[in-house]
Design a protein around this ligand. Structure first.
Ligand code: SF4
Length: 329
């Protein structure tokens, strides 16, 4: 940003360039723009209804903290109740710092937070699971296991707390990255499913919403700095194994070269979602744990069996697991 940049609304010193507006905004007008954009997203797409109990999936990172902050701020106007649900995967040197940031903000906002631990749900921490994955030669990446376990815990915890919506902190950058990753893997179902809200939920599934869908990662960062929403700059040690890591860098590089690239990709994504047929739906209960699943055995139980021979034995042994996996379960 140039030294002389001025807010296009009032002429005061600008704090941020907003690609969506194609102009600069000062502190006051950036905050107003950002909050209005999120509130309008919630209202326009009817992400919440009066009487909803909204569980915000909070990791302690800037996106989820901002989602918690804003939903709490708008809760009176929208007629909703807000709680927080967090997952402790058991990642030493990372998760404890993020949970501390979450506890601090939750106390400031007066929001109750509920934490589900991998160890309690699956009998293993992510650090321990990574040890097993290493022994097995990384057939699965840490993020694959973590993502499946996290979604499982979040949904179960939110449902047991009586939540009617589960809000996540996915921003525009996340959506663009996931779209590109799905496209690279030719995962058409993923393209269709990843929208601003999950279609209807399903038996045992708490409907998911993404209030930050139309704001960029940079805008979220600016907002957190202006509002004093603090989180330590620690990164998960397993991020280096994730495909998202290089995709994120590539997307940012292209955005620098061709401003507006992210918005254009999001637009293509929405057009593709409209043009593609709905994937076959249908939620059933996992025959092992009873949680919602698209297949007879849910992915969390399959990963658990992969990581824990005793659990696999209970499921009928690795042979059965392999067969189910080969069948794409
Ligand atoms: Fe889990 Fe991967 Fe995120 Fe780390 S980077 S918290 S392993 S999904």
């Amino acid at each position: 940003m140039g030294r002389t940049a001025r807010c296009f609304v009032c002429g005061s010193k600008a704090v941020a360039y907003v690609p969506y507006l194609g102009d600069y905004l000062c502190r006051e007008h950036f905050v107003e723009y950002f909050e209005r954009r999120v509130l309008e997203t919630l209202k326009t797409f009817r992400l919440v209804e009066p009487g909803d109990r909204v569980a915000v999936a909070v990791s302690g990172g800037k996106d989820s903290l901002t989602t918690l902050y804003l939903l709490k701020r708008f809760s009176g106007e929208l007629g909703i109740e807000v709680i927080g649900v967090a997952v402790d995967e058991g990642i030493a040197g990372y998760r404890e710092y993020k949970l501390k940031a979450l506890a601090d903000l939750a106390e400031r906002l007066g929001v109750r937070i509920f934490i589900g631990r991998f160890e309690d749900y699956f009998g293993i921490t992510l650090d321990e699971a990574v040890g097993v994955l290493k022994e097995k030669g990384f057939e699965y990446k840490p993020c694959s296991v973590c993502g499946v376990f996290r979604r499982y815990v979040m949904n179960k915890l939110a449902r047991e707390l009586g939540a009617t919506k589960l809000a996540t902190g996915h921003n525009l950058d996340d959506e663009v990255q996931v779209f590109i990753m799905n496209a690279l893997k030719a995962h058409i179902e993923g393209v269709v499913r990843e929208g601003i809200a999950s279609a209807t939920g399903g038996e045992g599934l708490v409907p998911r919403i993404k209030p930050l869908y139309f704001v960029t990662e940079k805008e979220v960062l600016t907002y957190t700095l202006l509002k004093g929403i603090q989180t330590p700059f620690v990164e998960c040690p397993y991020i280096v194994y994730a495909l998202r890591h290089p995709v994120r860098h590539w997307v940012n590089e292209v955005e620098d070269e061709a401003p507006g690239f992210k918005y254009r990709v999001l637009a293509v994504k929405e057009l593709a979602r409209k043009a593609l047929p709905e994937p076959p739906g249908g939620v059933q209960k996992c025959v092992v744990c009873g949680e919602p699943s698209s297949k007879p055995v849910c992915k969390a139980c399959l990963f658990r069996a992969y990581l824990d021979p005793e659990f696999a034995a209970k499921l009928g042994g690795l042979k059965l697991i392999s067969r189910l996996r080969d069948e794409g379960v």
